[in-house]
Design a protein around this ligand. Structure first.
Ligand code: B12
Ligand code: SF4
Length: 569
C-alpha cells in the first residue's frame, strides 16, 4: 500500500447523518454542497501541493462525500485499512463541529498512536476549547499554515517536541501550550494550488471517489481559485471579514496573490478542465492596476473556460470593459444582500453602493459579453424585517423586468450559524442579535436538533427563529414564481421547486408543533426523515441546478491531463 505521511479527512457536518432524523433546511441551497457540507476546504489542495513538493505523501479522503454516495460505506472499516503517520481533520466551517470531533474519535480508535491535527478557521477560533477534547492532539491556527504544518510533521517524524512550531496549540502531559502566532504568517505569495497533484493522488491511491470535492462535481466540474487571503471589507455577518481576520488569524490586511501566480493557476486548470473557474475575492479589491494586470495576462493566455468574477463594491464601467476585452467567457456575481440601501449600509458601511449604481453595472455587463449575472440576497441581516424580505422579492421582479434572462436572483437564509469572529457574533446585542450558542460544544449540540429552526444559532431582535424560517419559505416561493413568470426557470423545474418548498414548509410546521407541544413526531414520518438530506433540504429555495454553468459533452481535457502528468511536477 502506498505510503501516507498525512491523511487529510473531511468530515460530514453531522456524524452519522445517515442514522439521524434531522430536517437540515435550505442552509446549503446556494452552494454546490448538500446540507452534509461535503466540500472540503481549498486549503487541502494548497497544503497538499506544499507538502508533496517537499517529499511528504498526502492523501485526501472526503469522508462526507463517501458516506453520502454509499450508504454502506463504513468509516471505521475504511480508516482501519489505512496506515497514516499523521491525520489532519478540518474544522474550518463551524457546521462541521459535530462531524469533525466524531470522526476524530473513530480515527483514534483505529489508530491510537497516530497524532491527530485539527485546522481551519473554526479550529483557530475555538482552539483553546478544541484542544481539550482528548482526541485532538494539535490545533494549527491561521489561514496560511502550510509552512507550519510542514514544520510540525517534520518534528513529529523526528520524534521531537513541536515547541518551536508557530501557530500551534498542543498539550504536554495534558497541559495546554499555546505557541505564539507566527509574525510572518502571510507569505507575500500565497501557496500555489496545483491541480495535477490531485490527479497524482488519485492514481497513487487508486481512489477517485475520495478526492472529489462535492456530489455532482464530475458532471459540473467547477473549480475555485483564490485571489486573496483575508478581506478588506467589514460585513457585519462575516467571519472572514477584516476584523475577524485580525482577531483569529492576526492578519491585519488582505494579502493578494500576484497576478502572475494567479493567472498561472487559472492556465494550469484550463489545461485539464473545460469547467468554469470561480475567482474567489473581488479582483478590484487590490486596486485597478492589480486587476488590469491580471486581466491583461488572462487576455494573453487565451483561456476558454468560463471565468466567474465577484464584486464586493461596484466596479467602474471601464473595469467591466477590461474584463470583456480580455476574457472570452465570463460571468458576474453580485451580493447586495438586500434591496434596502439602509440595510446594505448597516451590513457594509465602508463600501456601500446604491441600487442605482448596481443597476448601472448590471445594464453595462449585459450589454457586453457577460454570459450570466447572478444577484444574491440574504435573510437574517441586522434590522431586516419579514416585510423587508418580501420587498426584496419585489425588487427582484424589477430586475427581472428590466434585464434579459442572463440575469437571475437568489435568496437564502444566513445559516445554519452566524459566523464566529463576525461582528454580529462578537457583539450580538449591539447589532440586534440573540445567540443560542457561544461555545464549540454548544454548537455541536445545536447541530443534532431535529429541525433547522432549532439548529440556527441566532435570531434577531426583529425576526425570531420561527419568523426567519417562515419568511424564508414564503420569499423562496414568491421568487420561484417570479422566475417562472419571467422565464428564468422552465415550467417543469419551477413547479417541482414550488412543490418542494410547500412540502418542506409543511414538515417544518409539523416539527415545530410537535416540539412546542412536547409531542413526538409520528414514527412513520420520523422514519421517513431518517438519513434524509435531499427531499426536504435540497432545492427548497431554488433548483440546485440553477447554480451550475452549461456543461460540455466532455468536461475534461484528457490529453492535457496526460501531458501534465508526464511533464510537470
Ligand atoms: C471561497 C469560500 C467558500 C467556497 C468554498 C471554497 C472551499 N472549498 O474552500 C464556497 C462558496 C463553496 C463556500 C461555502 C461555504 N462557506 Co465559505 N468562504 C469562502 C471564503 C470567501 C474564502 C475562503 C478561501 O478561499 N480560503 C483560502 C484557502 C486556500 O484557504 P483555506 O481553505 O481557508 O485553508 C487554509 C486554512 O483555513 C487552514 N486549514 C483549512 N483546513 C485545514 C485542515 C487542517 C488539518 C489544517 C492543519 C489546516 C487547515 O490551512 C489552509 C491552508 O493554509 C471565506 C471568507 C474569507 N474571506 O475567508 C468564506 C467562509 C470561510 N465561508 C463560510 C461559510 C459559513 C460557508 C458555508 C458554511 C456557507 C453555507 N451555509 O453555505 C459553506 C460551506 C461549504 C461546504 N463545506 O460544503 C464562513 C466560515 C465561518 C465559520 N467559521 O464557519 C466564511 C469565513 C465567510 C462566509 N460566511 O462566507 N465558501
Ligand atoms: S462577506 Fe464581506 S467581509 Fe466577508 S468575505 Fe465577502 S466581502 Fe469580505
Amino acid at each position: 500500500m502506498a505510503r501516507i505521511d498525512l491523511l487529510l479527512l473531511h468530515p460530514p457536518s453531522v456524524y452519522d447523518f445517515r442514522q439521524k432524523s434531522i430536517m437540515y433546511g435550505p442552509i446549503s441551497d446556494l452552494i454546490p454542497s448538500s446540507p452534509v457540507f461535503e466540500m472540503y476546504p481549498l486549503g487541502f489542495l494548497t497544503m497538499t501541493s506544499y507538502l508533496e513538493a517537499r517529499g511528504f505523501k498526502v492523501r485526501i479522503v472526503n469522508l462526507a462525500l463517501r458516506m453520502m454516495n454509499d450508504l454502506d460505506f463504513d468509516v471505521r472499516t475504511f480508516l482501519s485499512r489505512l496506515k497514516p503517520h499523521a491525520i489532519g481533520i478540518d474544522l474550518h466551517w463551524l457546521p462541521h463541529a459535530h462531524g469533525s470531533i466524531e470522526i476524530a474519535k473513530l480515527a483514534r480508535e483505529c489508530h491510537p498512536d497516530v497524532p491527530i491535527i485539527f485546522g481551519g478557521l473554526s479550529s483557530s477560533y475555538f482552539h483553546e476549547e478544541l484542544i481539550q477534547y482528548p482526541v485532538v492532539d494539535y490545533v494549527l491556527r491561521g489561514d496560511a499554515i502550510e509552512a507550519q504544518l510542514y514544520a510540525l510533521l517534520t518534528k513529529l517524524r523526528a520524534g521531537e517536541p513541536p515547541a518551536g512550531v508557530p501557530n500551534l496549540t498542543w498539550k504536554v502531559d495534558g497541559k495546554v501550550q499555546v505557541n505564539p502566532l507566527s509574525t510572518t504568517p502571510h507569505p507575500p505569495e500565497p501557496v500555489d494550488l496545483n491541480p495535477v497533484q490531485m490527479i497524482r493522488m488519485v492514481l497513487r491511491y487508486r481512489d477517485l471517489q475520495s478526492v472529489l470535492p462535492f456530489n455532482g462535481w464530475w458532471q459540473n466540474p467547477i473549480t475555485a481559485v483564490f485571489t486573496v487571503k483575508g478581506c478588506a471589507h467589514e460585513c457585519l455577518t462575516c467571519g472572514g471579514s477584516r476584523q475577524a481576520n485580525r482577531r483569529i488569524n492576526a492578519r491585519h490586511e488582505p494579502t493578494f496573490r500576484s497576478p502572475e501566480n494567479l493567472v498561472k493557476n487559472i492556465v494550469d486548470i484550463g489545461r485539464i478542465s473545460k469547467g468554469p473557474i470561480f475567482l474567489v475575492g473581488d479582483l478590484y479589491q487590490a486596486g485597478e492596476d492589480y486587476a488590469l494586470e491580471t486581466l491583461t495576462r488572462l487576455g494573453k493566455a487565451t483561456i476558454n473556460n468560463e471565468i466567474i468574477f465577484e464584486f464586493f463594491a461596484m466596479p467602474s464601467l471601464s473595469c467591466l470593459q477590461a474584463i470583456d476585452q480580455n476574457v472570452v467567457n465570463w460571468s458576474l456575481e453580485l451580493s447586495p444582500e438586500s434591496h434596502s440601501e439602509a440595510l446594505r449600509k448597516v451590513q457594509n458601511e465602508k463600501f456601500f453602493y446604491t441600487n442605482a449604481e448596481m443597476e448601472r453595472v448590471i445594464a453595462a455587463a449585459l450589454k457586453l459579453r457577460c454570459h450570466r449575472l447572478d444577484v444574491f440576497f440574504m435573510i437574517g441581516l441586522p434590522e431586516q424585517t419579514q416585510r423587508s424580505v418580501m420587498e426584496t422579492i419585489d425588487y427582484c421582479e424589477q430586475l427581472f423586468a428590466t434585464s434579459d434572462p442572463r440575469l437571475s436572483c437568489f435568496i437564502s437564509p444566513m445559516g445554519p450559524f452566524a459566523d464566529p469572529g463576525s461582528q454580529c457574533f462578537e457583539n450580538p446585542e449591539k447589532f440586534g442579535y440573540t445567540l443560542f450558542a457561544r461555545t464549540l460544544e454548544e454548537h455541536r449540540e445545536l447541530l443534532v436538533q431535529p429541525s433547522w429552526r432549532s439548529i440556527l444559532n441566532y435570531e434577531t431582535t426583529v425576526m425570531s427563529r420561527d419568523e426567519l424560517v417562515d419568511v424564508t419559505y414564503t420569499a423562496a416561493a414568491a421568487l420561484n414564481a417570479l422566475k417562472l413568470r419571467y422565464g428564468r426557470i422552465n415550467k417543469g423545474r419551477g413547479q417541482a421547486v414550488a412543490a418542494r418548498i410547500r412540502q418542506a414548509a409543511e414538515l417544518e410546521t409539523r416539527l415545530r408543533l410537535c416540539s412546542d407541544s412536547g409531542v413526538a413526531l409520528d414514527p412513520h414520518e420520523l422514519e421517513l426523515l431518517r438519513g434524509e438530506i435531499h427531499d426536504f433540504s435540497v432545492s427548497t429555495v431554488c433548483d440546485k441546478r440553477e447554480l451550475f454553468w452549461r456543461r460540455h459533452v466532455n468536461n475534461f481535457k484528457w490529453l492535457g491531463i496526460l501531458r501534465a502528468l508526464l511533464f510537470r511536477s
